[in-house]
Design a protein around this ligand. Structure first.
Ligand SMILES: Cc1cc2nc3c(=O)[nH]c(=O)nc-3n(C[C@H](O)[C@H](O)[C@H](O)COP(=O)(O)OP(=O)(O)OC[C@H]3O[C@@H](n4cnc5c(N)ncnc54)[C@H](O)[C@@H]3O)c2cc1C
Length: 243
């Protein structure tokens, strides 16, 4: 899908071929694009010790092991605290000089209290090594240029994600990061009808949103599938009202 055109009561989805499909209502569930780390060896070991986001299912496999978390925002801090319950040692790797500017103070305080979490500032991953699974990382300290090889069982990467919303028209309101607003959040964004918006309805009536692309959604499979199921029910209610 490359675009949406509104001509009440119809919504037209434009396909990459240029063809349009008309409908009364549609559900946007285009997810997010995770930013990736360009490091030699990393692609080959992704999902084999290297993970984008918090792969909670991997926690038990981290029992007694060395775990690394890349990123300085709250998601990285929350993951480090979670994996610290299982791992022997969790190292948070950040390129900047400190975490203070990017992470909430409550997380910083909790991290400070944990003996098995270390914060390594001005440090980046420059190599990933392992036969079947991740075994070692090469880390570089940016202040000195010194490189060292460390044992690593898991590397969790939290360097951000961008919603796939560039193809949506301006009339579909989004938050500052580009995630689509829904429900009561759209009332201050050009909502024109007398009725309230449905919970997963965007600022354009009849266009519903589910999953990671939705502002304030929990970026997990269970949330995305739950949204999808709820959206189907809401779409039936919407269609009963407009037809
Ligand atoms: C590496 C990794 C590990 C994860 N591990 C876990 C985990 O362990 N547990 C967990 O609960 N969650 C995990 N997540 C998060 C989980 O994958 C997402 O929350 C979930 O997939 C969101 O579902 P979604 O349907 O919103 O989006 P997606 O699953 O991203 O699906 C969006 C779909 O829309 C398609 N699309 C995008 N743009 C367009 C367009 N313009 N036209 C047509 N199609 C389009 C995409 O190709 C894609 O198929 C992980 C995510 C990543 C990246």
């Amino acid at each position: 899908m490359v675009g949406i055109r509104i001509a009440d009561p119809y919504r037209y989805v434009t396909l990459a071929s240029g063809r349009e499909i008309g409908c009364y209502t549609l559900l946007v569930a285009t997810g997010v694009a995770y930013r990736t780390l360009a490091v030699p060896g990393l692609d080959r070991l992704t999902d084999r010790g290297v993970y984008y986001g918090a792969a909670m299912t991997e926690a038990s496999a981290c029992e007694g092991k060395q775990v690394f978390v890349v990123g300085g925002a709250n998601s990285a801090g929350q993951a480090a605290l979670y994996f610290a319950d299982y791992a022997k040692q969790v190292s948070i790797l950040v390129r900047g000089e400190s975490l203070e500017a990017s992470m909430s103070s409550y997380l910083l305080q909790e991290i400070e209290l944990r003996d098995n979490i270390a914060v390594q500032t001005q440090t980046e991953v420059v190599g990933c090594f392992g036969e079947e699974n991740l075994e070692r990382l090469c880390l570089r300290e940016s202040s000195t240029g010194t490189e060292r090889s460390v044992e690593a069982s898991a590397l969790f990467i939290f360097i951000g994600a961008a919603p796939k919303t560039q193809w949506l028209p301006e009339t579909i309101a989004r938050d500052q990061a580009g995630f689509v607003l829904t429900g009561s959040d759209v009332k201050a964004h050009g909502w024109s009808l007398d009725r309230d918006p449905f919970p997963l309805e965007s600022s354009v009536p009849g266009i519903f949103v589910a999953g990671d692309v939705r502002a304030a959604s929990i970026k997990r499979v269970a949330c995305a599938t739950g949204d999808g199921a709820v959206a189907v029910s809401l779409i039936h209610q919407y269609l009963r009202a407009v037809r």
